[in-house]
Design a protein around this ligand. Structure first.
Ligand SMILES: NC(=O)c1ccc[n+]([C@@H]2O[C@H](COP(=O)([O-])OP(=O)(O)OC[C@H]3O[C@@H](n4cnc5c(N)ncnc54)[C@H](OP(=O)(O)O)[C@@H]3O)[C@@H](O)[C@H]2O)c1
Length: 447
């Protein structure tokens, strides 16, 4: 526990405890690529200082007193197949590295993995555990001496919490730790609750198109972005985890990289991830075929620039339509639904190996066909690159800030749910049943 007293008043403010004794925080960082180090950094703080104000820079870590308490409400998952349990005595997580910040969460965006993980026992490092992948809130503490730091106390930020092995970073609690390179500042013009809806979807879309398929965003209309495939090639190979190394470095030969002017098909375009993927693909000059329930989502997808709309109700007909529209020459496709639809999408591709050796490319976010064809390269998304590489993470959140600032990226529609953490179980059940279609459920956290 750390105590900071001010010189202007006699109030003693207590900062979060370092570790929760009941549920120890997991400081599991598999790799940190090109991690920045700060030689003057110390993990414990005992200072006499005036509480920092928003955007105030100082030589000591920016510390804003939270409240006299050290505990918070959180949702704990005790067992597979169970609902989350609300507790009110969970320790507020502590920042422990120079690149870390503490965020007071104001809104949580719900992702399918939030119910699928507990139901099917994946993404749970141990039990009990805290889940939650998308959050937005206010930065209440930073841990840097860098007065030029992009993130300051008082900033409104959205955080895609892909580092699910670190319980401190989970969204289903009142305070969460994040890294500054995984936090995007929310422009004043943008609603905080709406911005809680898109983080993980944005990360998945950018890495799918920009790393797995090699699309260079630097020429994107209205708001140029990063050339991530080149950034990744510049990383220390040994620092990239073995399980994503091939996908990062060797999956798409230079001459086969996805480029403006190419066609791409997206199966599951009405998902939040599809909604973002469509927009990024259009900004980069691609011609996009969207497979979705067109009666429900056609107007919205058309408005976002979809070039061809294909209804998903008759999947065989959808395959025929895509082959017909592209003359059987489609070379790139992304599935965002599952291995069954990925197998359908596979059949829309021209799977011939061309004279130059090039092949078609199929990316699956939720699964891939079981049997592979030699004329197709199969891709997954190296999602952890976002939190393992500060260079990759920062270039992505920097672009996201610009996309939001310029209005080049439209946010998904949301359904706002009141009731705070206590309403997450019910909201996840609504998500699981699919009764909220084409919208992201966002839970407001109470003050
Ligand atoms: N690998 C990763 O790192 C990663 C990252 C992000 C997401 N994902 C995965 O990607 C998937 C989408 O996630 P999300 O958060 O974007 O989903 P979401 O926003 O919750 O998407 C739900 C939508 O999926 C549509 N859908 C359901 N079945 C469909 C089908 N057979 N064909 C076409 N559309 C269908 C539904 O549209 P209707 O209105 O037509 O029913 C519904 O609106 C999830 O499985 C998620 O786990 C993976």
């Amino acid at each position: 526990m750390t105590t900071v007293s001010t010189t202007t008043t006699t109030t003693t403010y207590t900062l979060p405890a370092q570790v929760d004794e009941k549920y120890p925080a997991v400081f599991h960082h598999e790799f940190r690529l090109e991690q920045r180090t700060d030689p003057s950094y110390t993990t414990t703080t005992s200072a006499t200082s005036t509480p920092a104000t928003p955007h105030q820079s100082s030589q000591t870590p920016e510390i804003r007193p939270l409240s006299p308490k050290t505990t918070q409400s959180a949702l704990l998952l005790h067992g597979v197949g169970e609902q989350y349990t609300l507790v009110t005595d969970h320790a507020i997580p502590a920042i422990s590295k120079p690149e870390e910040i503490l965020v007071k969460i104001q809104a949580i965006g719900l992702n399918p993995v939030d119910w699928k993980g507990p139901a099917y026992n994946f993404g749970l490092p141990t039990l009990p555990w805290i889940n939650g992948r998308d959050l937005a809130g206010i930065v209440v503490q930073t841990n840097t001496h860098d007065k030029n730091s992009r993130i300051r106390v008082g900033d409104r930020v959205l955080v895609p919490s892909t580092d699910y092995r670190d319980i401190r970073k989970a969204a289903f609690q009142q305070y969460a730790v994040a890294t500054h390179f995984n936090a995007a500042r929310i422009p004043e013009s943008v609603c905080l609750q709406e911005s809680a809806s898109l983080g993980v979807a944005f990360v998945a879309s950018v890495l799918a198109l920009g790393v797995s398929l090699g699309l260079d965003f630097s020429g994107a209309q209205r708001c140029p972005g990063p050339n991530l495939v080149e950034t990744v090639l510049g990383l220390d190979v040994e620092g990239i985890p073995v399980d994503i190394r091939e996908q990062c470095l060797a999956a798409v030969p230079r001459e086969e990289r996805l480029r403006g002017g190419e066609w791409i098909a997206i199966w599951g375009a009405s998902t939040t991830t599809g909604y973002i993927t469509l927009q990024l693909a259009k900004l980069a000059g691609l011609t996009v075929i969207c497979v979705a329930d067109i009666a429900r989502h056609g107007s919205r997808l058309h408005h976002l620039g979809a070039d061809v709309l294909v209804d998903r109700q008759d999947p065989e007909r959808a395959v025929d339509i895509i082959r017909g529209v592209t003359g059987g020459k489609l070379r790139y496709a992304v599935d965002i639904v599952g291995s069954e639809t990925a197998t359908l999408l596979e059949r829309t591709l021209d799977d011939s190996v061309r004279d130059d050796g090039s092949r078609a490319h199929l990316l699956g976010l939720t699964g891939l066909p079981k049997v592979r064809k030699s004329g197709i390269v199969y891709h997954t998304v190296p999602i952890k690159l976002f939190h393992l590489s500060d260079v990759v993470g920062e270039s992505m959140v920097g672009w996201l800030e610009a996309l939001l600032e310029t209005g080049a990226l439209q946010l998904p529609e949301i359904v706002r749910r009141e009731g705070g953490l206590g309403n997450v179980n019910e909201s996840l059940e609504i998500l699981r049943l699919g009764s909220v279609s084409g919208k992201r459920i966002v839970v407001d956290l109470e003050e």
